[in-house]
Design a protein around this ligand. Structure first.
Ligand SMILES: NC(=O)c1ccc[n+]([C@@H]2O[C@H](COP(=O)([O-])OP(=O)(O)OC[C@H]3O[C@@H](n4cnc5c(N)ncnc54)[C@H](OP(=O)(O)O)[C@@H]3O)[C@@H](O)[C@H]2O)c1
Length: 507
């Protein structure tokens, strides 16, 4: 039996299926697409499956013929692309189909393409609507891509497993395992959602972890491992460590101080500067990772490393698994022990919290809001170059000049129709003003005294020169005519200049 979906259900489904691209599409975003018939029946769905492969829209539309698509409504989590990249523009493909409406979630944050997919569809006469109501979910789905595009920054998530009192193990180094198998399985899923995993050298030496992805959903997926080792403590011991059994030299990055750099067959070694006597400049390290095409990093510990990401304001999201246990602070290793807040008002809070269960454990995740960081650093409130409101004008083939207001918080587009409406309204008002003036000029009784002058004048303009009319009437007439002529003249002139100077939209 055919499934019928509401708009909300269709977008929820698009978000859900988009997540099937996890671990396979970076640096592209996760995108899902759902196609409904005009009666709301589910016709098809698709998602962006693999980097370089077809986009979600194409995967959803591939099995549908034009007959089935008549007046269909297409739901997409992200604005359809309008440029030729690894695949042709999806907006162009949608524009050619007999669909009725495209409902998109987020505007493409890439300033080069933002809004252009919408324009292309609108020019083709398609109704284009931004979907409201699942914004937090949509932003979370695309959070890495949004930050990458807006700020050219690596998205950093912190992941930690602790007891209820915040201990990640004992100070002695004993820490395995606080959480259950279901949590650990999800932790491997989180590894797959990020391009790299990062740990401090003590975790490598004490726990000897493999740090690969061991989740049945991602059997052949490899990942990059980054180790912070300022004093080169692990470089010479790599041969005995598990991480070199699961990762090739090209997948293992070790950052150390200039003086500790040594050549190794088991990893790539990078020199990084310190910001004080002990700590790396994390900005520098993240920039190197960015240059290596790493767009997201999962910091897995230990306490020192996690704390330093908080101290240097470099973390965007926290995943904290909570095991129903108590360890106590005397011997316990507090996961944020090195993170310092001097005033309570400087404490970090989490927003857009999600809580889920993994058997006995809880997972709390949320966006990290550090009051010491200017608000615009955070994804949810990111103000991008595209979100600065700008009104852009175009002319279409039928001669209409129309505009689109871009970037009002990524949630509002001024439809071309509205611009057209104001354009027509201004001409209408001008015509009305001129009409009223002419009607008055014709119907009002002439004053004998000025009869002669009236004949000489051109709609009242020359009356001041004639010297025979009262000054007040002359000034009023003069100003009225001047206003009517200049506004009308300007409107016509502006239209002509705009028409010839504006980019012709290829619709
Ligand atoms: N429960 C969990 O989720 C979990 C996860 C991971 C680890 N752990 C546990 O955590 C414990 C290790 O934690 P830890 O805090 O002692 O060590 P760690 O964070 O693993 O490593 C700390 C060391 O790494 C280097 N390092 C880290 N960040 C640095 C930075 N920003 N700048 C410069 N150097 C940096 C320093 O090396 P130098 O000492 O050479 O200066 C530092 O002392 C282990 O017992 C492990 O089992 C638990």
């Amino acid at each position: 039996m055919a499934t019928t979906l509401t708009d909300k259900e269709a977008m929820s489904l698009a978000i859900k299926i988009a997540k099937q691209g996890v671990g396979r599409v970076s640096p592209n975003p996760f995108v899902g697409c759902v196609v409904l018939s005009k009666n709301g029946t589910l016709l098809s769905s698709g998602y962006h499956e693999i980097y370089g492969g077809p986009h979600a829209e194409i995967n959803a539309l591939n099995n549908l013929n034009e007959e089935a698509l008549k007046e269909a409504r297409v739901f997409i989590t992200l604005e359809p692309c309008s440029h030729y990249g690894k695949t042709p523009p999806c907006a162009k493909r949608l524009a050619e189909l007999p669909i009725q409406e495209v409902i998109y979630g987020l505007l493409d944050p890439n300033p080069l393409v933002s809004g252009k997919g919408i324009e292309l569809l609108q020019c083709a006469g398609k109704k284009v609507t931004q979907f409201f109501g699942r914004n937090e979910e949509l932003e979370e789905l695309c959070e890495v891509f949004l930050l990458n595009q807006r700020k050219n920054q690596v998205f950093v998530s912190l992941k930690v497993a602790t007891s209820l009192d915040g201990m990640m193990g004992l100070k002695s180094g004993e820490s395995k395992w606080l959480t259950g198998e279901a949590s650990r399985n999800h932790a491997h899923y989180l590894r797959a959602t990020h391009d790299a995993v990062l740990v401090g050298v003590n975790t490598i030496l004490l726990d000897n972890p493999s740090l690969n992805i061991r989740n049945p959903q991602f059997v052949n997926k490899t990942n990059i491992v980054v180790i912070l080792d300022p004093n080169g403590k692990c470089i010479s011991r790599l041969v005995n460590l598990n991480v070199t059994k699961t990762h090739t030299a090209s997948e293992l990055f070790i950052f150390t101080q200039e003086k500790s750099v040594i050549k190794s067959d088991y990893c790539q070694v990078f020199a990084a500067p310190l910001i004080d006597e002990k700590n790396f400049d994390l900005n520098f390290i993240l920039q190197i990772l960015w240059d290596k095409n790493i767009r997201s990093v999962l910091v897995e510990g230990g306490a020192y490393t996690l704390s330093e990401f908080l101290n240097q304001n470099k973390a965007h999201r926290l995943y904290q698994f909570l095991a129903p246990q108590l360890i106590g602070g005397n011997n316990g290793l507090n996961w944020s022990s090195q993170f310092t807040v001097n005033k309570l008002q400087d404490r970090i809070t989490l927003t857009q919290i999600k809580i889920s269960n993994f058997d006995q454990d809880l997972l709390i995740s949320g966006l990290i809001q550090n009051p010491q960081i200017p608000k615009e650093r955070f994804v949810a409130e990111e103000s991008s170059s595209t979100s600065k409101p700008t009104l852009k004008f175009y002319r279409s083939q039928n001669g209409w000049i129309f505009g689109i207001c871009e970037g009002l918080g990524e949630s509002f587009d001024l439809p071309p129709l509205l611009i057209r409406f104001f354009w027509v309204l201004s001409f209408f008002l001008y015509g009305l003003g001129l009409g009223i003036y002419l009607a008055l000029a014709v119907s009002l009784p002439r004053k004998d005294k000025i009869e002669k002058a009236f004949e000489k004048q051109f709609l009242g303009v020359c009356v001041l020169l004639s010297n025979k009319m009262s000054l007040e009437i002359g000034v009023i007439r003069f100003l009225t005519v001047l206003l009517a002529l200049t506004t009308g003249g300007f409107a016509i002139l502006a239209y002509i200049i705009l028409y010839f100077s504006l980019e012709k939209n290829n619709c």
